[in-house]
Design a protein around this ligand. Structure first.
Ligand SMILES: [Zn+2]
Length: 294
């Protein structure tokens, strides 16, 4: 496992404050996702990038809120889902984790080929219990471009995004990071040009994530050419919301008849999609739950 530096999400501004940025270092978190779901390198890259996108978007939300991103493409990966919250907690899964594809023409993992054509779906769950879903067609399937396209078309926010996951020869995650720049509505042409020049210079965020030894170094390597301020730092981790109690509620909800069939089997096992945790119920557990079903 890569433990070079702890995963964190940093928020800040550039220059005169007309550009807000969010950076996430997530090498360990993506490694954990890969270990939990036994993903091939291209599936790790797609899942890791989407997890990063969910953290970047969620960073401006309030506590108790969360963002769910879905890639619904027609490629061999099937659907990819990630849920992030502003506390830096993220979880996700991919429908077909075992997909293998040849490298693309640039010699990189072919994420867009694995995702295919389809929709990019963004759902925001708010603290008041409401949720909003927006959808745009996938423009590239490389995920960073899709995030930028979504923000412009659904939220009228001009932005730029970088998302990268580098998988080493041993299938371990060597580096994973994401960065989002958002232009304030009144941003000057000067700020736009400074940002464009910066983006043109950055070569491969996953390589920078792999080469950095601290989060500070990662941020400096990415944006150090410009004046920048760091406003906030938050920890990032893979965290699922499942528990035996929650899974029990699911079992109870199947109703009396369905539950009696489970009792006949004398055991049940449920697997959480998001973290691949296996929850086992023996006959005694099932009898106890059955009292609640009746
Ligand atoms: Zn779980």
């Amino acid at each position: 496992m890569n433990n070079k530096y702890s995963d964190e999400l940093w928020l800040g501004t550039l220059g005169n404050g007309e550009v807000r940025w969010v950076a996430v270092g997530m090498t360990n978190t993506v490694e954990e996702a890969a270990n939990r779901h036994h993903t091939t390198p291209v599936a790790t890259a797609a899942l890791g990038r989407l997890m990063g996108a969910s953290l970047l978007l969620a960073s401006s939300m309030k506590a108790e809120e969360a963002i769910t991103l879905r890639l619904l493409g027609d490629g061999p990966l099937g659907g990819v889902v990630a849920v992030g919250n502003p506390q830096g907690e993220v979880r996700g899964y991919v429908q077909e984790p075992q997909v293998e594809l040849p490298l693309n023409s640039k010699g990189k993992l072919d994420v867009s080929g694995a995702v295919g054509a389809g929709e990019f779906v963004v759902s925001r769950s708010l603290a008041n219990g409401e949720s909003y879903t927006g959808m745009v067609p996938l423009v590239s399937g490389e995920i960073a471009d899709d995030l930028v396209h979504y923000l412009l078309n659904s939220e009228q926010v001009r932005s730029a995004a970088l998302l990268g996951v580098m998988v080493g020869k041993d299938s371990h995650v060597a580096g994973a990071a994401g960065m989002l720049f958002q232009l304030l509505p009144n941003a000057s042409e000067e700020s736009v040009q400074a940002l464009e020049a910066l983006l043109a210079r950055i070569q491969g965020i996953s390589q920078i994530a792999a080469d950095s030894t601290t989060m500070e170094e990662l941020v400096r390597e990415l944006i150090g050419d410009l004046d920048y301020r760091v406003l906030e730092k938050r920890p990032v981790q893979y965290k699922c919301t499942c528990s035996k109690e929650r899974v029990s509620e699911t079992l109870i909800s199947i109703g009396k008849e369905g539950f009696e069939e489970l009792l006949e089997d004398k055991q049940a096992e449920l697997v959480c999609h998001f973290c691949n945790e296996h929850y086992r119920f023996n006959e005694e557990d099932l009898r106890e739950l059955y009292e609640q079903v009746k």
